[in-house]
Design a protein around this ligand. Structure first.
Ligand code: BGC
Length: 738
């Protein structure tokens, strides 16, 4: 008994000595204290070496915490469509875990095509929960680079061509991910609008285009979404790589927007120790992404990162200021306190049925019905005995491939599987029609024609496929046309059977030389784990499509501003010379179309795209009343209210996205004909109507005055347009700004 008392009191003493009473636990561990106090306290306890360790990676996706102080590591994960599989510590290769099969959500172009911030919110919540379950505290996404050219291999990871739409869609995603205690790392900041020469292209862009087009979605993610981290991009701007770019990171991100999160480099995006120290980067990842060997001599050489031993030497030689290292550590500590060291954060969940439902709902809401003459769609199961399905993408999994967003999924339903399940095996005949493999024998056009004639309806399911140059990271597309001879197949099918629907699976617009012959066309996107089910539900009419295009579907490449000014504008030009210290030649690129990106370009140039920005049909019809403006509130609140009624005049339940565009009628500066400044998605039963209201404030009328470096509005008349797309304008009303 005596012995027991002795042991007990000894351990109590030990406890008292190490922890003290609850009132004197270290400040950095005390969640009742403000984060800034905790940050300063932790920083004050760290050695210089611990600080240096914290600002660069220790493995492919993690960076060290402070083991001595119990401050946890940072663990990142791709992003943005699902949680990437575990890779080896020091290799890109999958580690072969058996518990990391995730739920794949639709690609971000599809999310943008829902035009529904509520969809962004459920997306963010679900993917945040998946990241949390897998013990990641930084989700590398979402991406909000603007769709400047349909050649960009990564457009599918972004939210389209319009800064207003992308801004509204990114905010709920970021907020909901972070509500789970996982930091959203918004990428790729900034001007990363192509994959060609992505590490070497120096973008020259006017301040006006920068502020009006390329920055707003990042700004919204930071200021409205409260993003806790942001990823610098590979390319250069003002001859500095964007991962350590003074203007973008120090002046704009922190200076103008007040960002207090962590700036994380893209993997292998750091190129210089001096710039990395001085120009706003906090955390270096992926240097020499081939496994670090280039400069470092072997793998596991994280000490040779620009912000590791080289930075220590740089500071020791008196060339750099150690206080800048403290700044970086503060930003990373803040990130850690907000995520892993937040004891209140919820738990996650992984690949659940609920997440499957979220994934399918977003997919169903984002699919766009582009054309539907003679009501080819929907194809009700009872209306057909035989459907001919043609196209490789009907029987191909799309969650793999495309680069860093490639996923190891719990499952993926292919379109063909879902069609068979929905219509019954006996009703579906499948022919591949074309193949990505040159040597694979497929049916002849004559065979396809014959089968199409004999079928009640034909579904062609093709497009791109995330292979090299077909919507993939690291490489742009090389052709606006569909690959593998698909055009001839589509044409043959449409000629043989007028009840043919063409489904394009892609994240980019493609040329449609057969558009006059095709009665029905659907934009299918990369839809995630539930791809097939979502598509089959829309094609059969179980779900009424309600998505609209987040980008312009050019009829030909010369309708795209970026492609109008020669190679200097896309993809950039090089003299092939290597400047001292460079390993690859630089490309210079000028965004010559300036602010006229997407519909802003087709509008001022009066070109007819195949499908305009904002376009999308439904199985029902909607009628718009006149747009009414209430300008009396302008004086008091600085806002005008615009309202109209939308009525479902067709026969089925459906969703309509009402868009508000504003044009400045008299302006001393060149401005777009009109710009998106509001949108609302409403769902209505047949015969029902809804009042849709918008608020127009000064920001909706402003342009960026580069000389004054401020937003400016000019008095005079403006026109507000209510439209079902950027070209299908149903009603307009003028007002005057005095
Ligand atoms: C991509 C990023 C990605 C990172 C990590 C880079 O190559 O550009 O978007 O998050 O790799 O996989």
């Amino acid at each position: 008994m005596k012995k027991f008392i002795y042991i007990l009191s000894a351990s109590c003493l030990l406890w008292a000595a190490s922890c003290g009473s609850s009132s004197d636990i270290p400040v950095y561990l005390d969640d009742s204290k403000p984060i800034e106090e905790r940050v300063e306290d932790a920083l004050a306890r760290m050695t210089f070496d611990e600080k240096i360790a914290m600002i660069h990676a220790q493995s492919k996706f993690s960076s060290p915490g402070v083991p001595r102080l119990g401050i946890p590591e940072v663990w990142c994960t791709d992003g943005p469509h699902g949680i990437r599989e575990e890779v080896f510590w020091d290799k890109w290769k999958g580690a072969g875990w058996t518990n990391d099969h995730c739920m794949a959500f639709p690609a971000l172009t599809c999310l943008a095509a829902t035009w529904d911030p509520a969809m962004s919110a459920i997306y963010g919540k679900a993917i945040g929960e998946e990241a949390r379950y897998r013990n990641k505290n930084v989700l590398l996404g979402p991406g909000v680079n603007i769709y400047r050219t349909p050649f960009n291999g990564r457009n599918f990871e972004y939210m389209g061509e319009d800064p207003y739409l992308a801004s509204k869609m990114v905010v709920p995603y970021v907020q909901e991910v972070q509500n789970i205690g996982v930091a959203s790392c918004v990428k790729h900041y900034a001007l990363n609008n192509q994959e060609f020469a992505r590490h070497d292209v120096n973008v020259e862009v006017s301040d006006r285009a920068l502020y009006e087009i390329y920055l707003p979605a990042f700004k919204a993610a930071v200021q409205e979404g409260g993003a806790w981290s942001i990823m610098g991009s590979y390319n250069l701007y003002q001859n500095e790589h964007c991962c350590h770019n003074k203007r973008l990171l120090v002046d704009i991100l922190r200076g103008e927007w007040g960002f207090d999160g962590a700036v994380i480099s893209d993997w292998g995006g750091v190129e210089d120790t001096h710039e990395a120290l001085n120009n706003g980067l906090d955390l270096e990842f992926g240097t020499w992404t081939d496994g670090l060997a280039t400069n470092a001599g072997g793998s596991d050489a994280y000490n040779n990162y620009y912000m590791a031993e080289p930075l220590k030497r740089y500071i020791a030689e008196g060339k750099g200021d150690a206080a800048l290292v403290d700044e970086k550590v503060r930003n990373i500590l803040r990130l850690i306190f907000r995520t892993t060291m937040n004891r209140e954060r919820p738990y996650g969940s992984f690949a659940t049925e609920e997440h499957a439902k979220v994934s399918r709902t977003i997919a169903e809401n984002g699919i766009v019905l582009l054309k539907n003459d003679n009501n080819v769609l929907p194809i009700a199961p009872e209306s057909v005995n035989k459907i001919l399905v043609v196209g490789e993408n009907a029987d191909y999994k799309m969650t793999k491939g495309g680069g860093s967003s490639s996923l190891k999924v719990k499952y993926e339903v292919k379109p063909l599987e879902a069609l068979v399940a929905l219509y019954g095996e006996e009703k579906i005949q499948y022919m591949k029609g074309y193949s990505q493999k040159d040597d694979e024998k497929v049916e002849s056009l004559a065979e396809l024609r014959k089968a199409a004639t004999e079928a009640d309806a034909v579904l062609f399911i093709g497009g791109l496929n995330k292979r090299k140059h077909q919507d993939s990271e690291g490489r742009d597309r090389e052709d606006f046309a569909l690959p593998y001879g698909q055009d001839a197949v589509i044409e043959a099918l449409c000629e043989a059977n007028p009840r043919t629907a063409v489904v394009i699976v892609s994240g980019n617009a493609v040329a449609m030389p057969w558009i006059e012959k095709a009665n029905a066309v659907v934009q299918g996107w990369y839809l995630g784990s539930e791809a097939g089910n979502a598509l089959a539900n829309v094609l059969s009419g179980k779900v009424n499509p309600s998505g609209k295009l987040p980008f312009t579907y050019y009829a030909s490449l010369d309708q795209c501003g970026a492609h109008t000014f020669g190679e200097e504008s896309y993809p950039g030009v090089t003299d092939g010379e290597l400047a001292p210290g460079q390993v690859r030649p630089r490309y210079q690129q000028r965004y010559a179309e300036d602010i006229f990106v997407g519909y802003r370009w087709t509008d001022i140039n009066n070109c007819e795209p195949t499908f305009p920005f904002g376009h999308g049909l439904s199985y029902t019809t909607f009628e718009y009343s006149d747009l009414k403006l209430n300008t009396t509130s302008m004086k008091e609140s600085g806002k005008i209210t615009a309202s109209l009624e939308v009525t479902n005049t067709g026969n089925c339940y459906g969703g309509e996205i009402v868009q508000l565009y504003i044009g400045d009628d008299e302006s001393t500066v060149e401005r777009p004909v009109r710009e998106l400044k509001g949108f609302k998605k409403v769902f209505l039963q047949p015969g029902c109507r809804a009042v849709v209201e918008f608020e127009i404030d000064r920001s909706a009328l402003a342009y960026f005055d580069a000389e004054k470096h401020d937003w400016a509005t000019e008095k005079g008349t403006f026109t507000a347009y209510a439209g079902a797309s950027s070209r299908d304008l149903r009603s307009k009303a003028q007002f005057e700004l005095k």
